[in-house]
Structure formats: C-alpha cells, structure tokens
Design a protein around this ligand. Structure first.
Ligand code: CP
Length: 358
C-alpha cells in the first residue's frame, strides 16, 4: 500500500531522499522556477508544542511556493482546549487543507493522526520519537556544505538519549558508504542500544567518548545538541547534565579547518556565542537550508497521487496487547478510539505508533 505521510525519514528510499536534496538545491539557486508551484494549495500547520524553525520554515516554504497557510501554534487557541481529540481535528482539517504539518508532544501522535488524514501529513516532531524534516534539513546541509553524504566522520555531542534528531540522523547517515560516528555524551545520556544495533547491522564504525576536547580533532562534522530539559522527569536530573559539554573557541582551535558545526537549534548554552563568528559554524545556514528542503518536500508530496509516495513498512497486526510506553499516544485516554495496531519486527511485536517493543 502506498501513502504520502512522512512519519519517519526512513519511509523515504535513498533515491527519494537524493531527489529531494537535488530539488532543494534547484529551489535555492533558482527560486523563481517554483514560485507558483503551489498556487491554489493550502497547508495547515498544527503545532501542539512550541516551535520556531519547523513551524515558520514550513509556513514560509508554502508561501514562497505560492500557496497559503492556516493553522494554530497554540492548541489552547483551538478546540483542542475544549477536549477535541486528534481524530476529529485531523478529519476536519484535512477537508480544509491540501497538506498538514503537525507537531505534538506525544510519541506516536503523528502516526495516529495520519490514520485520519485524507491529505499528506508531515510529522514535525512527535515527542521524543521522530522529527524527519529536521533530519532532512541536516542532510541537505551536509550535501550543500560538504558536497557529499558519504565518507564523513560525524561527531554527535550532548543529549544523545533524548535527542530525536540524533537518532534519525544516525539512521539516515548509516545508509551511506564509509560514514563513521563518534558519540560524545555522559553515560546517562548515551545513545540507546537500538541505535548501536542499527550501526552494527549497517557495518558502520563508531566509538563512544565523554570528552569533546579529545574527540574533536579528526571530525568532518560536529553535531551539537541541547540537553532536552522537557524530557527529564526532574529538574535535579536536568541540572546534573546541563553544561557538561560546551563548544567554545578553545576547543574549536583543535578541530579541522573544514569541519562544519551543525545544531538543530534552539541552542541553550552548549555552543558559546563566540563560536558563531567562526566560518565553520553552519547552524544558522542549516536553519535556512531546512526551508529549501521543506519546499522541495511540499512540491514532491503535492505531485499527483503515486508519483512520490512511501511504502508502508510492515503489515499491521490488530491485537489486544497494549503498548506499555507511558509516553505513547495509545496510552492517552482522550485517544481511546485508536486501534491497537502493532507490527512484527525481528520476532518482536512492536507498537505501530511509538515503535517500542511490546
Ligand atoms: N530544530 C527545531 O525543530 O527547532 P524548532 O523547535 O524551533 O522548530
């Protein structure tokens, strides 16, 4: 079965990803060609959680393509405040708009919403689960700035446990030949085992490190991340991790001349402001490049049915077993109507919403 909902960047084939990057470059270099590509089309941006870049880059992407936008950036200003569930909101909005971009704090919410959308739905972040268009932004930036997606030594630093963009970037870059990874974090915030399994299965080299100064010298890319305060269960726990890794000019002096620094933003204190003036600092350009990536994605998703669509990864199994992840949408009593969809992977039954093993 084909569909046009982008829940995880893994839904895209490598060819589709490369096609999107190529189109992003054309749009960046020759924006006039695409300025009427979405004339008469409407995008709904439904942001149940705060955002600056993702929301506004999608909005400006649609406007620059000649389309129009509707939506909310605070669910309390919509009927969500009166208790409306995701099913009803999405059913109605997909009769108003041609494409939906949605961010929600709960894992699996994008998959849940996609069940009720009659138009393409793009996941703009579902809790700590997936954020595919950030990864699209990251790979577009790597392509624009390094000229390749292979044979890169990529250091990822900070909150590697909760950082959804980190997991997604590792998964995507593991598909390209010759990439290796240096995972720089405290023991408490190291990457989950399933990500290491993905690297092992892909035959990618990786090392773990707890010192940025020691790890920086032979990297081609340094991907800094903030410690995700909103994902911690206590303020005390967050404070114990905050400020452990800070990139400053002293550490940067040890890096290669052509290393690039990426960060999904927002930044808190993990990159000193003085680093912004270094030509290797690419994080503001990265936010701009994300807009071109999103413009390309919108153009491709709005092409006629079938010309740019994704394969459903695994057949759905209906079951009475329920996901025990307390952060999963299926455990939200307000979304009681959701079917208990699961799928089988490597002999395990996994939740179809948050992808955790049940
Ligand atoms: N990188 C990112 O998702 O930023 P926002 O939270 O501002 O959208």
């Amino acid at each position: 079965m084909k569909h046009k909902n982008l829940i995880d960047l893994e839904y895209m084939t490598t060819e589709q990803l490369e096609q999107t990057i190529r189109l992003a470059r054309i749009i960046k270099d020759k924006p006039d060609i695409y300025k009427h590509a979405c004339d008469g089309k409407i995008m709904a941006t439904l942001f149940y959680e705060p955002s600056t870049r993702t929301q506004m880059s999608f909005q400006t992407a649609m406007l620059r393509l000649g389309g129009k936008i509707i939506g909310f950036d605070n669910p309390l200003n919509s009927s969500v405040a009166k208790g409306e569930n995701i099913k009803d909101t999405i059913t109605v909005i997909s009769s108003y708009a041609d494409i939906i971009a949605m961010r929600h704090p709960t894992e699996g919410s994008a998959k849940a919403a996609s069940l009720y959308s009659s138009v393409p739905l793009i996941n703009c972040g579902d809790g700590g689960h997936f954020h595919p268009t950030q990864t699209l932004t990251d790979v577009v930036t790597l392509d624009f700035e390094k000229g390749r997606l292979d044979n890169l030594k990529i250091g990822l630093c900070g909150d590697l446990l909760n950082g959804r963009t980190v997991h997604s970037l590792i998964k995507t870059m593991s598909h390209f030949e010759g990439n290796s990874f240096v995972l720089i974090s405290t023991k408490e915030l190291s990457v989950p085992q399933y990500i290491k399994d993905i690297l092992d299965n892909a035959g990618c080299e990786y090392t773990e490190a707890d010192n940025l100064k020691d790890a920086i010298s032979d990297l081609d890319v340094l991907y800094m991340t903030r410690i995700q305060r909103e994902r911690f269960s206590s303020e005390e726990e967050y404070q114990s991790q905050k400020g452990v890794f800070v990139l400053d000019t002293e550490k940067l002096a040890l890096a290669k001349e052509d290393m690039i620094i990426l960060h999904p933003l927002p930044r808190v204190d993990e990159i000193a402001i003085e680093v912004d003036d270094d030509p290797r600092a690419c994080y503001f350009k990265q936010a701009e490049y994300g807009m071109y990536g999103r413009m390309a994605l919108i153009v491709l998703l709005l092409r006629p049915e079938g010309s740019f669509s994704f394969k459903t990864p695994d057949p759905i199994i209906r079951t009475d077993r329920i996901c025990s992840n307390p952060k999963c949408i299926i455990t939200d009593p307000q979304q009681y109507y959701l079917p208990k969809n699961t799928y089988e992977k490597d002999g395990n039954i996994c939740c179809d919403y948050c992808d955790r093993i049940i």
